[in-house]
Design a protein around this ligand. Structure first.
Ligand SMILES: C[C@@]1(CC(=O)O)c2cc3[nH]c(cc4nc(cc5[nH]c(cc(n2)[C@H]1CCC(=O)O)[C@@](C)(CC(=O)O)[C@@H]5CCC(=O)O)C(CC(=O)O)=C4CCC(=O)O)c(CCC(=O)O)c3CC(=O)O
Ligand SMILES: NC(=O)C1=CN([C@@H]2O[C@H](COP(=O)(O)OP(=O)(O)OC[C@H]3O[C@@H](n4cnc5c(N)ncnc54)[C@H](O)[C@@H]3O)[C@@H](O)[C@H]2O)C=CC1
Length: 219
């Protein structure tokens, strides 16, 4: 499997199964996509006040009707998250037949063509980190996500700061010098620390670090 970031703006994601797993996947994809969940019952998580808007359809598809659902909803990705493995298998096959992406939640290995794994993710806009264990150990993916989350707090602010500096330096510095300066800023504990106290302080600290690297030497 090759990790990629996929833009789901204006795309529809169809989730079969409204249990705890269906709810988690629906919540994740609803950050960007239009999500439709079809299920005879829905987990309490759908009632959380912070739960995003998703369309809930109360129905119990059978293997014979899965194709109709795919025709009607025309999703870019299908999530098979029911507790009925035969139905999940039919959903995965139907998706593969149509070249629609499929996330089968009840299988770690033995996946169909076009299958995707949902990684553990950290979002600190514009930075995102995705962690997968190749399906081997979701519990480990979650644990590593929690570790990294603590480790990289302020990464979003650092990206904004260095994104701005990068644009400025493109106007004034040759590539070698620019590279040395930017590498020094992102590696500077003083800049990371200053980000906790506000962007203005971090900018000052970054300016100091960059001044030291004007020679263009690689650190
Ligand atoms: C293959 C994959 C398919 C997919 O769903 O995409 C898959 C499959 C399965 N998960 C199972 C169980 C658990 N899943 C979690 C948690 C998460 N699972 C997620 C992804 C994935 N799970 C994909 C692989 C990702 C990778 O490559 O690492 C995360 C990362 C993302 C998300 O789902 O949002 C999210 C953490 C999010 C976060 O916290 O950041 C926990 C931990 C917990 O609950 O604390 C447990 C219990 C402990 C354990 O089993 O490890 C079972 C057995 C079910 C059973 O026993 O019946 C299967 C099926 C099987 O193994 O056959
Ligand atoms: N990928 C992951 O991270 C994880 C995956 N799993 C797997 O995911 C599956 C679902 O787990 P949970 O959500 O905890 O189970 P659950 O029992 O809470 O939910 C199953 C849902 O599927 C619905 N359903 C049943 N028949 C259906 C049908 N014909 N059409 C549409 N929906 C139907 C049920 O009404 C229920 O809402 C399990 O098979 C489990 O092995 C479990 C834990 C984590």
């Amino acid at each position: 499997m090759i990790p990629l970031y996929h833009d789901f703006t204006d795309a529809t994601v169809l989730v079969f199964g409204g249990g705890s797993v269906g709810a988690r996947k629906a919540e994740r994809f609803a950050a960007e996509a239009d999500v439709v969940v079809v299920s005879p019952t829905f987990d309490d998580r759908f009632e959380k006040p912070e739960f995003p808007t998703v369309e809930r359809v109360r129905a119990a598809p059978t293997p014979a009707t899965v194709d109709d659902w795919l025709d009607r909803v025309a999703p870019a990705l299908v999530v098979a998250a029911t507790d009925d493995s035969d139905l999940n298998a039919t959903v995965a096959e139907a998706a593969a037949d149509r070249d629609v992406l499929v996330n089968r939640t009840d299988r770690a290995g033995d996946r169909s063509v076009g299958s995707v794994v949902v990684p553990a993710t950290i979002e600190d806009d514009p930075v995102s980190v995705a962690i997968s264990t190749g399906g081997q150990s979701p519990a480990l993916a979650r644990y590593l996500r929690e570790q990294v989350e603590r480790e990289i707090s302020n990464a979003g602010k650092m990206a904004e700061l260095t994104g701005r500096l990068r644009a400025e330096l493109k106007e004034t510095e040759p590539p070698e010098t620019r590279r040395a300066m930017l590498r020094a800023v992102v590696r500077s504990p003083a800049v990371w620390k200053a980000l906790h106290t506000g962007i203005a302080n971090a900018e000052k600290e970054a300016a100091r670090v960059m001044q030291d690297h004007r020679t263009g030497e690689d650190t």
